[in-house]
Design a protein around this ligand. Structure first.
Ligand code: FNR
Length: 188
C-alpha cells in the first residue's frame, strides 16, 4: 500500500493537552495504517488579519506551505464552549487566505477530538466540518471519532492503555488511508 504523509494540527496549545496525547497516540499507531504523521504547529501563528494578504508573515506562510506539502491533514481538537478553539479557527483562517490561495483546497482531511464531556467534542467537530466544506477539503465522514477522556487512558508519550480504544484508532486511521487514496485517485 502507498504510504501517505499526513499533517497533524492540534487545536490546543495547553502544556497538559489531552488532545496532544491523542495526537501522539495516532502518530505511534499510524504506521499500521501506512501513514506517516507529522505535526504542523500553530502555536506561533499571528492572529490573522487581511493586512497580511499582500505579504504573509513568515510563520503563516510556512504554515500554509506545510499544509500544501502534506497528502492530507488531521485536525485533533478539543471543544471550547461547544465550538472550535480560537487558536484552531485562527489557523484555518490563516490557511484559507489570501483569497485564491486556500491551502486546504482539494486537500483531504479528517477530524478527531477528545474532551472530558460525554459527547467528546461532537459539536466542535460538526463546526469544523462546516469550515472544511467551505474550504473545499474532502473530509473523512465515517467513522466519526468522539473520544471521552479518563484518567490514564493515554499516557503523556501517547501510549493508549485500553485495547478497544487502540483498535478503534487503528480502524479510524485505516479509514483515513482509504479516504486519502480515494481522494487522490479521483482528483488525478
Ligand atoms: C472546555 N471544556 C469543554 N469540554 C467539552 O466537552 N465541551 C465544551 O464545550 C468545553 N468547553 C470548554 C471551554 C474552555 C475554555 C475550556 C478551557 C475547556 C473542557 C475540555 O474538554 C478539557 O479542558 C480538555 O482537557 C481540553 O482539551 P486539551 O486542551 O486538554 O487538549
Amino acid at each position: 500500500m502507498t504510504t501517505y504523509d499526513i499533517g497533524l494540527i492540534v487545536g490546543s496549545i495547553s502544556s497538559t493537552s489531552i488532545n496532544r496525547r491523542l495526537a501522539r497516540a495516532l502518530t505511534k499507531l499510524a504506521p499500521q495504517a501506512d501513514l506517516r504523521l507529522n505535526e504542523i504547529p500553530i502555536r506561533n501563528l499571528p492572529f490573522y488579519s487581511a493586512d497580511h494578504d499582500s505579504a504573509m508573515p513568515a510563520d503563516a506562510a510556512n504554515f500554509k506551505r506545510a499544509i500544501e506539502a502534506a497528502d492530507a491533514v488531521i485536525l485533533v481538537s478539543p471543544e471550547y464552549n461547544r465550538s472550535v478553539p480560537g487558536v484552531l479557527k485562527n489557523a484555518l483562517d490563516t490557511a484559507s487566505r489570501p483569497w485564491g490561495d486556500n491551502s486546504f483546497d482539494a486537500k483531504p482531511s479528517a477530524v478527531i477530538g477528545m474532551s472530558i464531556g460525554a459527547i467528546g467534542t461532537a459539536v466542535a467537530q460538526q463546526q469544523l466540518r462546516t469550515i472544511l466544506a467551505f474550504l473545499a477539503s474532502p473530509t473523512l465522514t465515517q467513522p466519526e471519532a468522539f473520544l471521552q477522556s479518563r484518567e490514564g487512558l493515554i499516557t503523556e508519550d501517547g501510549v493508549v492503555t485500553d485495547d478497544s480504544t487502540t483498535d478503534f484508532l487503528i480502524t479510524w486511521l485505516k479509514s483515513l488511508h482509504e479516504h486519502v487514496a480515494h481522494a487522490i485517485r479521483t482528483s488525478a
